[in-house]
Design a protein around this ligand. Structure first.
Ligand code: GLC
Length: 454
């Protein structure tokens, strides 16, 4: 049997919408919302299975209305979502033939994933599934000495006999259910690989072959292959490598590149507070202003942002998160053109903020007001057709006088309303003359040079 190979052209094709979308919603939801100490609670507490599994009898999300989640995502300007169908604790929000540890056997008594899929699709959002390759519930998953299993230090498991192949059949079987029972799925987000469990240890080639047979357009993240060591960065990516890299709680310094300096797709997943799963009385929320700026940062480096919410055990997204999304949405209502379909601009990073690009449009985001006219580094005046305020279309002033004449590769723009540092980000939209329309915003083939407009 010949080994399937990674098809670059198909990769570019399936990534198109994802590279344009830029902003998505991550949702961590499961039994762990009841103890409300994060999704790793059972592992951190080294809690026994019986003790944790009892939460299934009280999982009754009477406020679960995924239409509310989907509307919140849409109003925030998010274009897609990824929900935990099963997290490391093994509890499944979907109806599966392979275990009893699932929502249909809780007081919820139904397949919660189906409702999610329907609600998000109805709002026109792309639908993604998170699936934990790790499983602390399955009797044939590794236990003693494992990096994270709740019973990793439990001597009683020292000589515990298990057959990992049985677990693999389970995992492949469940992924097949997810790929065949819910119509078209846009993203499959595995979590995660480590130590002895990476790549082919999951029978990754077989698994990805099966996934792509049922879902030819699906986008898969990189965590089946390893941890940040994606072979997408190499000349010969593995067949089962992910379609994008998934840095966690980190925005890569300059974006992500393959070995020869071409940009590769990535998505930074970030929490709004400091946890993925619901945590009661959680403070430390990032401000909407900071999160919008982080989104701009991701896009300016050619990446996406997947922003997390952790609904409570009744199914409600915390009020703080709803408020944050509402405020992000207010900025997006006026400025989303500088986000969707945009990417790295091929220009030096300006002192005052960040720049994104789509074709012959450059979007300069002013985060630190400049007092005088804003210098658009790398943009000679001769290349500029017009300059406007993105929010309201107002014509801005190009300053070309005794002060600016010695800066050959810089256009100076005076935007009176930008001089207000209480705002999230003021956006100057620059339209370049047509012959400067080369689209460096596209992720693949985009260059790493911080040159300027020639
Ligand atoms: C991690 C954690 C997990 C979370 C995920 C999100 O690897 O194990 O709890 O779901 O990251 O990226």
């Amino acid at each position: 049997m010949t080994k399937p190979v990674f098809d670059r052209a198909d990769h570019t094709r399936r990534m198109e919408w994802f590279n344009d979308a830029r902003f998505g919603m991550f949702i961590h939801w499961g039994l762990y919302a009841i103890p409300a100490r994060g999704e790793w609670y059972r592992s951190h507490a080294e809690m026994k299975r019986e003790e944790y599994d009892k939460y299934i009898h009280e999982f009754n999300p009477t406020n679960y209305d995924p239409k509310v989640w989907a509307r919140a995502a849409k109003e925030a300007g998010m274009k897609y979502a990824v929900l935990t169908t099963k997290h490391h604790d093994g509890f499944c929000l979907f109806d599966t033939a392979f275990t009893d540890f699932k929502a249909t056997n809780s007081p919820a008594k139904r397949d919660l994933i189906k409702e999610y899929v329907d609600a998000f699709r109805a709002e026109g959002l792309k639908v993604g599934f998170y699936y934990s390759s790790i499983d602390w519930h399955h009797p044939h998953y590794q236990v003693y000495g494992d990096q994270a299993h709740p019973q990793r230090n439990d001597e009683a498991y020292k000589d515990y006999k298990f057959d990992f192949n049985i677990y693999l059949e389970y995992m492949h079987g469940q992924v097949k259910e997810l790929m065949t029972n819910y119509g078209k799925i846009d993203i499959l987000w595995f979590d995660y690989s480590y130590d002895n469990l990476q790549g082919e240890a999951w029978n990754a080639t077989e698994l990805v072959k099966m996934i792509r047979t049922h879902q030819p357009d699906i986008i898969i993240n990189d965590r089946l292959e390893g941890t940040g060591n994606s072979s997408l960065k190499t000349e010969a990516p593995n067949y089962f490598t992910g379609d994008f890299v998934s840095p966690e709680q980190l925005i890569p310094p300059e974006g992500m590149f393959d070995k020869v300096g071409n940009r590769i797709p990535w998505e930074a997943c970030l929490t709004m507070n400091q946890n993925w799963g619901y945590v009661a009385r959680h403070g430390n929320y990032k401000s909407p202003r900071m999160l919008v700026r982080k989104m701009i940062e991701c896009v300016s480096k050619g990446g996406n942002i997947l922003l997390n919410v952790g609904p409570d055990s009744k199914g409600r997204i915390p009020t703080q998160s709803m408020q944050i999304m509402k405020e992000i949405g207010e900025w997006m209502n006026l400025h989303s053109e500088s986000i969707y379909g945009c990417g790295y601009a091929g220009l030096p990073k300006p002192d005052f903020g960040r720049v994104t690009r789509k074709g012959n449009k450059l979007y300069f985001h002013i985060i630190e007001p400049t007092i005088g006219p804003a210098p658009l580094l790398g943009v000679p005046l001769s290349t500029v057709e017009k300059v406007r305020s993105l929010a309201d279309g107002t014509e801005l002033y190009i300053i070309d006088d005794f002060r600016t004449q010695h800066y050959k590769d810089v256009t100076f723009v005076w935007a009176p309303d930008a001089n207000d540092d209480t705002q999230t980000a003021y956006v100057i939209e620059v339209t370049l003359k047509e012959d400067n329309a080369a689209d460096s915003a596209k992720v693949e083939g985009g260059s790493n040079v911080t040159g300027g407009i020639a």
